[in-house]
Design a protein around this ligand. Structure first.
Ligand code: P6P
Length: 330
């Protein structure tokens, strides 16, 4: 049955999906935090928003003022929900304990793509929620489970208007922020990502570092209709996973950040726990696929909360084709 779309708010939609009250409260709390970030992100040139903090985070990346603000806003929102045992953040070296005996763990990237802040580019928040045994011992290993343990995930893309994708395991819904009603309103229930697409998001400047399989994949893309793929492709790259993945949620496409050669062997850019796995959950719930080139992102158990891996995600047929090239099957 096609769901009624007119002005269905976030809580009403989660109730339509028979989401348990504690999880509804948690998703609502996270999204209220994201609304505050949306307000700050809509005035990127304010003195207390623009520029660097002058410090480097656990990732070795320059921390922007809005990174720090966003992280604190979400830590407060998550902790005050009262239903979260602990959280893991891109901006925190280790897990942060919240409410003893609570049922959920939250992993998040408070501000993905923050190098875009100063140029008013795409920036966003990514989160995932897993459940935890109330009596279990809480430590970093509590977070080190495959993405199959995710009970809810979402992203918020900040810009002229804030938009979001949220799933509680019953499909992926898109929302837009209604500033008059001060709430996220359902815009696209149960999205379905087209299996095929000619739009690919990748950073060509890493070409010298790719493995031979991915080099062959991109070489065939570049040949377009004259080559073995027999169709012309388009490249899109926001340098913000949330921005690229929202385009893919709306009209399909393939986002590829493959492993890169380094003096210490292979390295990857994107973090599993709070970037790759939540995005893989959202995209798979919408009929897409997500691999690291060799296995499903959602089957990977990270070795630490900041572990990285390659990410090929989006339209199912194109992800399969790209992964086959990486495995040397094409
Ligand atoms: P590059 C942002 O820093 C991020 O983690 C993703 O959001 C984005 O897709 C990627 O890195 C951009 O990487 O190498 O193009 O700067």
């Amino acid at each position: 049955m096609k769901e009624k779309k007119e002005n269905v708010g976030l809580v009403e939609r989660l109730e339509q999906l028979e989401t348990c009250p504690e999880l509804t409260l948690l998703v609502y709390s996270i999204m209220k935090g994201c609304q505050r970030i949306a307000g700050l992100a809509s005035c990127p040139h304010a003195e207390d928003i623009i520029g660097d903090v002058g410090e480097v985070n656990i990732q070795g990346e320059a921390q922007k003022k809005l990174d720090v603000l966003s992280n604190q806003i979400l830590k407060d929102a998550i902790s005050k929900s009262g239903v979260v045992r602990a959280l893991a953040s891109e901006e925190e070296e280790s897990v942060v304990e919240c409410t003893d005996g609570a049922a959920y763990l939250v992993s998040f990237d408070p501000l993905d793509g923050s190098s875009n802040i100063d140029v008013n580019g795409s920036i966003g928040t990514i989160f995932s929620i897993t459940s935890v045994e109330k009596s279990s011992v809480l430590n970093e290993s509590s977070f080190l489970r495959s993405g199959r343990a995710i009970v809810s995930a979402g992203y918020v893309l900040y810009g002229a208007s804030a938009v979001a994708a949220i799933s509680v395991g019953k499909g992926t819904d898109l929302y837009s922020l209604n500033k008059q009603e001060n709430t996220f309103v359902l815009s696209h229930p149960c999205i379905q990502i087209p299996p095929c697409s000619n739009e690919v998001a990748l950073n060509m400047m890493n070409q010298r570092l790719w493995d031979d399989g991915f080099k062959a994949y991109v070489s065939d893309l570049l040949q377009g209709a004259d080559g073995p793929r027999q169709v012309d492709f388009k490249m899109r790259w926001f340098a913000s996973m949330v921005g690229d993945l929202h385009r893919i949620s709306v009209r399909g496409g393939c986002f590829a950040y493959p492993r890169l050669k380094s003096s210490h062997g292979w390295k990857s850019k994107l973090r599993i726990l709070y970037e790759a796995a939540p995005m893989a959950f959202l995209i798979e719930q919408a009929g897409g696929e997500a691999t690291n080139g060799f296995e499903s992102i959602l089957d990977i158990v990270p070795g630490n909360i900041h572990q990285r891996d390659a990410v090929i995600v989006g339209s199912s047929e194109e992800v399969k084709i790209c992964s086959s090239y990486i495995q040397g099957l094409c």
